[in-house]
Design a protein around this ligand. Structure first.
Ligand SMILES: Nc1ncnc2c1ncn2[C@@H]1O[C@H](COP(=O)(O)OP(=O)(O)OP(=O)(O)O)[C@@H](O)[C@H]1O
Ligand SMILES: [Mg+2]
Length: 478
């Protein structure tokens, strides 16, 4: 399914919310490119999800420029940066509409483009300093095309050999969009997606994300799955964004760590049950790792951890938690022998799917409960044994179905599961109508007398109050 953050990515600079001054500066930089141009590149820095990449793409759209993008998943070595970015900077390329006047060279998420260069300094595994920063400054010096660099941590990019990059570029800092701006975007999306949600809930969502607009849009999307109406109480389901951020930070430590200790400390500091972390980690292994043998090794660690976690539940042996956590964190980290893909970890699809199917699962449980109550079985047993049988009966015999539905007092959602159809199915509606005769009226107990509350007996035993004198009291006086 398409992510809404992508679907609603601003197409023009005028659609970018907030950061007006930065956007104007960006426009005038682009407008002056080639003539009285001062700097050949621009650095857009700022926190995640505030519109940096979007601004770069929107700028290219507005100017009619072709985008040549080099993002963290493509490459991180100096050679690749030179091969792609610098070459694109020196020559004109064919765009979708023939020869385009200009190419916008976009070095997206530059934090990650040179990441290995720094990690390799004191680590055994040396993916080598591949001269990422040097390649960027070389590109900036020689390019005949505009360059946009986006980065979260400006200081990290521009320290050391990166000082040159800073000198060669115009520096624009993005601020976190305000709660009001975020609310406006969320409201627009709700309207387009026909979602029912009140202003107060939108505001609460906007406050929760602390300026991460992408996060806000993701939250909205996950709450809307299988649900057209979002209430304030639903917000609890997305959990606090702090927790999610911490989870992402831990994942980064695990996937990019090369030591035993760091990932281990990160997972122990994170206040989440190991099973949840395992879900996040295992879902992201094939995204972040790209070498098949790395993926294989990492999965066998997670699989073993899963075994231990199952034993924790079965035997209540919480001592195994520690080992499982170590396998999930340091085990997965040290399974990596090759460079990673550089892609950022994602919110686990499994949790998303479970979120989307939570209504379905809810009805399945309530159905199993009603059937189990009639057959004197547990929910689990009735799910495994009875529901299949009853479903077959209901699918083949309408009058039997009506009898079952009536006597078990099933609702249309539960019947829909048995018939494997949806609530609007004609057959289902007729069975529901026919089932009315089998539904027992609920007994209403009425009292035909007024209960009298008995009055309290007055004759309570009197306390012995000790006399207030200075004599030593005997035990019996109390
Ligand atoms: N200022 C904004 N105006 C409108 N939409 C925005 C804005 N900022 C973010 N968005 C929405 O959030 C999504 C993510 O934004 P974007 O990719 O531009 O963030 P970013 O600043 O590049 O983040 P990162 O540092 O994580 O790469 C966009 O696709 C868009 O839907
Ligand atoms: Mg970005």
């Amino acid at each position: 399914m398409e992510s809404w953050a992508e679907k609603y990515r601003p197409q023009s600079l005028s659609d970018i919310i907030g950061n007006t001054k930065v956007i104007n500066d960006l426009k005038s930089w682009a407008g002056s490119w080639g003539e009285k141009m001062v700097k050949k590149g621009v650095i857009l820095s700022g926190p995640p999800g505030c519109g940096k990449t979007s601004a770069a793409i929107a700028l290219a759209n507005d100017m009619g420029w072709e985008v040549i993008e080099l993002n963290a998943s493509d490459a991180r070595s100096g050679a690749v940066i030179e091969g792609t970015a610098l070459r694109a900077g020196l020559f004109q390329t064919f765009g979708s509409e023939g020869l385009s006047d200009r190419n916008l060279i976009l070095l997206d998420e530059a934090d990650n483009l040179y990441e290995r260069a720094q990690q390799s300094k004191n680590k055994v595994k040396n993916y080598s300093d591949r001269g990422g920063k040097r390649a960027i400054s070389k590109t900036l010096e020689q390019t005949k095309q505009p360059v946009v660099i986006t980065v979260n941590d400006l200081y990290n990019l521009t320290k050391g050999t990166g000082a040159k990059i800073k000198r060669l570029c115009l520096n624009l800092k993005f601020q976190r969009p305000s709660v009001v701006s975020i609310s406006t975007v969320l409201q627009m999306i709700c309207q387009k997606e026909n979602l029912e949600i009140d202003n107060e809930t939108i505001r609460a969502m906007a406050e929760n994300v602390k300026g991460d607009l992408r996060g806000a849009i993701n939250d909205l999307q996950s709450l809307s799955e299988g649900n057209k109406k979002i209430a304030h109480d639903d917000l609890e389901k997305v959990g606090s964004r702090d927790r999610e951020t911490e989870m992402f930070e831990t994942l980064n430590t695990i996937f990019h760590g090369n030591t035993f200790d760091e990932p281990r400390t990160a997972i122990f500091d994170l206040n989440e049950p190991p099973r949840d972390v395992a879900t996040w980690v295992s879902d992201n292994i094939p995204i972040v790792y790209k070498n098949p043998s790395d993926i294989d090794r990492a999965y066998s660690k997670v699989a073993y951890a899963d075994l231990l976690l199952a034993r924790v539940i079965r035997n209540q042996n919480y001592g195994l938690w520690g080992y499982a956590s170590e396998l999930i964190s340091s085990g997965v980290a040290l399974s990596k022998m090759h460079p990673t893909s550089g892609r950022r970890p994602q919110f686990p699809s499994y949790i998303r799917k479970m979120g989307a199917s939570r209504f379905q699962r809810g009805y399945r449980d309530s159905l199993a409960k009603k059937v189990g109550a009639a057959t004197h079985q547990s929910i689990k047993e009735s799910k495994m044994e009875q529901i299949g049988v009853i479903a077959t009966i209901c699918q083949n015999d309408n009058s039997k179905a009506a009898e079952i539905v009536g006597s078990l007092d099933l609702n249309e959602n539960e019947l829909a599961i048995l018939l494997n159809t949806d609530k609007k199915n004609k057959n289902l509606i007729s069975i529901m109508e026919e089932s009315q005769q089998y539904r027992q009226e609920k007994e209403i107990v009425t009292l035909d007398y007024i209960p009298v509350i008995e009055e309290k007996d007055e004759d309570e035993p009197k306390r012995i109050v000790p006399k207030n004198d200075n004599k030593q009291k005997s035990l019996f006086e109390f």
